[in-house]
Design a protein around this ligand. Structure first.
Ligand code: ADP
Length: 260
């Protein structure tokens, strides 16, 4: 995917300069942070800024090496090699984004190792071929440390192949500006939704597994923009998606009510 229009991204710290330095130094990058806090948007913005195509792979536990690298397929009575997204990205000098890399199987993750050190190669074992990555190729993974358990975590031997940029929910003023821009609501509405989100995030680990994402705050704002009452928008977009526990839902509604 090559984006023609640079997606809006509001920098929160020095992430743009750091990413540019990593790209110039041909270093692989890990974007760390909770879901829905702007990692993907940041990368889309950076790909556009750097003028490189972006190839995104959503990782899951059934993702095999062949899914990433490619495989021989039968077409008519011929077997033809079909590149996987990683191979395509290497050949095109693209940014390859492995979203939620920890979800991928351990034996699958290993295939990226030779691309993440100074060899910068991708061995296509089934084809008996080795591809050398051009300077423009960049590997980026996202990783949510909040989800990890002892059983499901990246190995140190994988982690220590990336420079890490840490993301979190943007500070309130920034988040309100993002919500205004993305949903087209007025500053007052955005500030209220962000204040509710802030209170809800303070409950993380006290009943809530993960703080409400910026994405959901934007969804609530979009509902408001479409005429839904503020309270109902908060319930529908910011409370119900994050917890199934009705007691917690009720107390979140009460917290929200005190701020509106
Ligand atoms: P994830 O961290 O899960 O990849 P996304 O990048 O999809 O999250 O972020 C969710 C939404 O939040 C984006 O679509 C975008 O609208 C918004 N967003 C979050 N942070 C920013 C930011 N700094 N600048 C612009 N938009 C942002």
């Amino acid at each position: 995917m090559r984006l023609t229009k640079e997606p809006f991204y509001l920098p929160v710290g020095r992430e743009i300069q750091l990413f540019e330095a990593a790209a110039a130094g041909r270093l692989p990058v890990m974007l760390k942070g909770p879901t829905g806090c702007g990692k993907t948007r940041f990368l889309e913005h950076m790909a556009c800024r750097l003028g490189r195509p972006l190839v995104t792979v959503a990782c899951h536990e059934d993702l095999t090496t062949a899914d990433l690298v490619g495989r021989y397929l039968l077409k008519g009575d011929e077997t033809v090699w079909v590149d996987g997204p990683l191979t395509t990205a290497v050949k095109r000098g693209a940014i390859c984004y492995l979203d939620e890399v920890v979800e991928a199987r351990k034996d699958t993750v290993v295939v990226i190792h030779p691309l993440t050190d100074d060899r910068r190669i991708l061995p296509l074992e089934k084809k008996g071929e080795i591809i050398k990555a051009p300077d423009e190729f960049m590997l980026v993974v996202s990783y949510n440390p909040g989800y990890q358990t002892i059983l499901k975590d990246l190995k140190q031997s994988t982690k220590q192949r990336f420079v890490a940029l840490e993301f979190d929910f943007p500070p309130p003023d920034f988040e309100a500006e993002i919500v205004c821009r993305e949903a087209g609501v007025d500053a007052g509405t955005a500030a209220k939704l962000v204040a509710v989100a802030g209170k809800m995030r303070a409950l993380k680990n006290r009943g809530l597994e993960e703080g409400v994402s910026t994405r959901l705050v934007i969804y609530a704002a979009i509902l408001v923009k479409k005429g839904v009452d503020l309270n109902l928008a908060i319930q529908t977009a910011m409370i119900k998606p994050v917890t199934d526990d009705q007691v917690i839902q009720k107390s979140l509604e009460e917290i929200a009510a005190t701020l509106l």
